[in-house]
Design a protein around this ligand. Structure first.
Ligand code: NAD
Length: 247
């Protein structure tokens, strides 16, 4: 399916790597102007320069609400509006059982994976309503609807993000703004780096498709949900998980 994002301005957080990078590339390839926002300034600049003119890199820490507000305002000032956003920046966090989970780490993971998405939606929604609407995708996970031992903070953030997505959709869908969440299974990106072969094979075994997903497969669903082809889809949570959740 050929998507057309000509004339649209898109903001993608965590766009310097993995899923966010694949989304930024697919949006730009379909005609959007893309703000490649990431904590890692150098990596964001590399991705934006390899995409070319439709992309610009911006350094951003989504856990800082003022930084998010400033970036959204600067995007509107520079491009004349904001139409599409993918709130994708996320971290894995420590792997420790709940009673052993350090408080500092709990706040760090929620600061990026949950508060970061709230900060982003808060300012993106205001900017999009000023244009008469738009579309937002929040990057959840299969762990937005399943537990995972050792990842209480990550799982809590992703479940909350799904609820936040549904709530914002109830609030804004009548005003031309569609808001959805995507739930990837385990995807072969740098987020899984450092995993040994046995652990990797263990993850593969959980996916009936017999492999992990690719960032491009998640980007394809995300871009479809952002497009006018998905005009009646809002407030829902869409899996791209190789059958993980069908068990
Ligand atoms: P990744 O590590 O390849 O990319 C994440 C990007 O986010 C990095 O470029 C990083 O610099 C950036 N980032 C981290 N903290 C940030 C912050 N505070 N502000 C702005 N940018 C920040 O990871 P990925 O696998 O592409 O994951 C992207 C999203 O997809 C995450 O939300 C993750 O939870 C979700 N997800 C990933 C998988 C998977 O298996 N890889 C599965 C389900 C969901």
């Amino acid at each position: 399916m050929q998507l057309d994002f000509s004339g649209k301005v898109a903001l993608v957080t965590g766009a310097a790597s993995g899923i966010g990078e694949a989304v930024a590339r697919q949006l730009a390839a379909s005609g959007a102007q893309v703000v490649v926002a990431d904590l890692d300034r150098n990596a964001a600049e590399q991705v934006a320069s390899s995409i070319g003119t439709p992309a610009r890199a911006r350094q951003l820490d989504v856990s800082d609400p003022d930084a998010v507000r400033q970036l959204v305002e600067a995007t509107v000032a520079e491009y004349g509006g904001l139409h599409l956003a993918v709130n994708n920046a996320g971290i894995g966090g420590a792997s420790l059982a709940t009673a052993d989970y350090p408080l500092e780490e709990w706040h760090r993971v929620l600061g990026v994976n949950l508060h970061g998405v709230f900060h982003s939606m808060k300012y993106e929604i205001a900017a999009m309503l000023a244009n008469g609407g738009g579309a937002i995708v929040n990057m959840a996970s299969i762990l937005g609807s399943n537990g995972w031992a050792g990842s209480s903070a990550y799982v809590a953030a992703k479940h909350a993000l799904v609820g936040m997505t549904k709530t914002a959709a109830l609030e804004y869908s009548a005003r031309g703004l569609r808001i959805n969440a995507v739930g990837p299974g385990f995807i072969d990106t740098p987020l899984l780096a450092g995993m040994d072969r046995t652990a990797y094979d263990g993850l593969v075994a959980l996916h009936p498709a017999g492999r992990l997903g690719t960032a491009q497969e998640v980007a394809a669903l995300t871009c479809f949900l952002l497009s006018d082809q998905a005009s009646f889809i809002t407030g829902s949570y869409h899996l791209v998980d190789g059958g993980f959740s069908a068990r």
